[in-house]
Ligand binder design. Structure first.
Ligand code: FAD
Length: 504
């Protein structure tokens, strides 16, 4: 496919218009479009400065290519969703300084099959798992520091390694390394149009400081994430409910690049109506709340909708990750809002939260402060308490309700001890299972079944090839670092080779 520069300019305007129509959070001022031909850019242009983009940029530079990285966010907000991450998943056959025990290729692959229900490209998944075995030392050699599990600071995990200082520290280290290696980095720089085809170069229009400049590069690596921060686009799949979603990560991942690629005939992967959502505190920020707004105490109380009624078994899943199942449930509630109600003893058992709960000495006062009907909430709690097992012979975690619909199948203890506490809950979206299709070399695949010659993708923009559904803790960063590194190496190899590659 060849978008002429005329067509590329057209796609700039179309992208602006489409984003406005879809209600993207960022409306751009009228930009001055450069009328000069594309300036000679780097061998490899990397779009997006999260972990995929940084790993691609570093790997391409280490392979000998000149590299430019453009990041839409300002420097203070650089790093996309990766800023919020804590750990990543890796295969290993023996304990190391940063991960105990072992985690085999087969165990990793089985876990992936289980959560995706088979919605995974096995060849790409095997590449991911194999290369995860070397990603930790590679990251460390580029300045990233990992936690020693023996310090006891993080939860025990034989499947994932934790960043010392979290994703923010990891991102800062990679930016520093990239800059030292000579990667040219531009912030506040949004790619608003792309042109690629049979010719030797691909081109990007970059909006910076109210001006659009056109850059030609030999190859490009697209690492701009999915489209979870674009409420308008989410509305297409989730209807008006999308207005009630919180976006757990950066507002800059609007899918603008994804849209340009799909409009240009790149083959989609995954399903835009599938998303990873968790229960978050409704009082947190609309964007970028990160991990601290998660509400992790659901098994210790009951959850009611805005009518003051329970709607699901709060004890069904008492694992640490139970809140990840509640995002989708709350998304189906009227107004996409629900409340977790605890008594003083349940509150004692819960982990601390970023924001304090709403508290009251009686259910009537609590309901009134929450805007719920006091009589209905009182009836809900009375019925719940009457159905709980009051014998002390059964351990708390094993107690379940009798004759109640929906039941509470674990930790069903009466809510009887004041003061009572409540958290308002909303669905917080982490990412969508939707992006572009890539081949084994991480080249973009087109609808006509051919790979693009010089366009590569890594990270969440192509994650749906492997993660068509569900989630495994730590997989997001593994996907972005492993594929980012590989895509950077491939992009450099093509850029520095004199031989034309197959594809168009
Ligand atoms: C709250 C939260 C916690 C998480 N915790 C974990 C965890 O512990 N472990 C884990 O494995 N995963 C975690 N994840 C998921 C993980 O963060 C992502 O899967 C991963 O970081 C994605 O990396 P990426 O580089 O593909 O995308 P991102 O890190 O999102 O980077 C995309 C970048 O592209 C830029 N961009 C977008 N459009 C343009 C454009 N048009 N022009 C220029 N730049 C553009 C954005 O500004 C952004 O910086 C978490 C996610 C969230 C939201």
């Amino acid at each position: 496919m060849r978008l002429t520069m005329g067509a590329a300019l057209l796609s700039v305007r179309r992208s602006h218009q489409v984003n406005r129509e879809r209600g993207a959070e960022h409306d751009r001022p009228n930009a001055i479009v450069s009328e000069t031909p594309a300036s000679r850019g780097p061998d490899v242009l990397v779009v997006g400065g999260g972990s995929a983009g940084l790993c691609a940029a570093i790997a391409a530079r280490r392979s000998g290519a000149s590299v430019r990285l453009v990041e839409w966010a300002p420097a203070a907000l650089r790093g996309g969703n990766t800023r919020h991450a804590r750990n990543f998943r890796l295969m290993h056959d023996r304990p190391t300084r940063y991960v105990p025990d072992s985690y085999s290729e087969d165990a990793f692959f089985k876990d992936l099959l289980r959560v995706t229900g088979g919605a995974t490209d096995e060849r790409l998944a095997r590449v991911l798992i194999h290369c995860s075995a070397t990603i930790a030392p590679w990251l460390e050699s580029h300045g990233v520091r990992l936690q020693d599990p023996a310090s006891g600071a993080m939860p025990y995990s034989k499947r994932t390694a934790f960043f010392l200082g979290g994703g923010k520290a990891m991102i800062n280290a990679l930016y520093m390394t990239a800059a030292k290696l000579g990667v040219r980095i531009g912030y506040d720089s949004e790619v608003v149009a792309l042109a690629f085809g049979d010719g030797p170069d691909c081109e990007a229009d970059i909006l910076h400081d109210g001006r659009i400049d056109r850059i030609a590069a030999k190859t490009m690596v697209l690492c701009s994430g999915g489209h979870q921060a674009n409420i308008g686009w989410l509305r297409e799949s989730f209807g008006a409910a999308a207005d009630g979603f919180m976006i757990r990560g950066t507002p800059y991942v609007t899918g603008s690049i994804l849209r340009l690629l799909l409009d240009a005939g790149v083959k989609p992967a995954g399903d835009p109506s599938r998303a990873h959502m968790v229960a978050v505190d409704a009082r947190g920020p609309k964007f970028d709340g990160g991990i601290v707004t998660r509400i992790t105490a659901i098994p210790h109380g009951i959850v009611v909708d805005r009518d003051g009624r329970r709607f699901h078994d709060e004890g069904e899943d008492a694992r640490k990750t139970h809140f990840a199942r509640w995002g989708a449930r709350i998304a189906e509630c009227p107004g996409q809002i629900a409340w977790l109600i605890l008594d003083a003893e349940g509150f004692e058992r819960a982990l601390p939260t970023a924001l304090p709960p709403v508290r009251a000495d009686t259910i009537t006062v609590l309901a009134t402060s929450l805007g719920l009907d006091p009589a209905t909430l009182e009836t809900t709690i009375k019925d719940f308490n009457a159905a709980t097992d009051t014998s002390n012979d059964v351990p708390l975690i094993e107690r379940c309700t009798q004759g109640l619909t929906p039941p509470k199948s674990r930790a069903a203890v009466a809510l009887a001890v004041p003061p009572f506490a409540a958290y308002p809950l909303r669905p917080g979206i982490t990412f969508t299972h939707f992006g572009v299709t890539v081949d084994d070399h991480l080249r973009l695949m087109k609808n006509d079944g051919r790979p693009a010659r010089n366009m590569f993708a890594a990270g969440m923009i192509m994650a749906a090839n492997v993660l068509g559904d569900g989630y495994l803790a730590g997989l997001g960063v593994t996907l972005s670092t492993v594929y980012g590194r590989l895509a950077g190496e491939e992009a450099a190899r093509v850029a520095l080779s004199d031989e034309p590659e197959s594809g168009s």
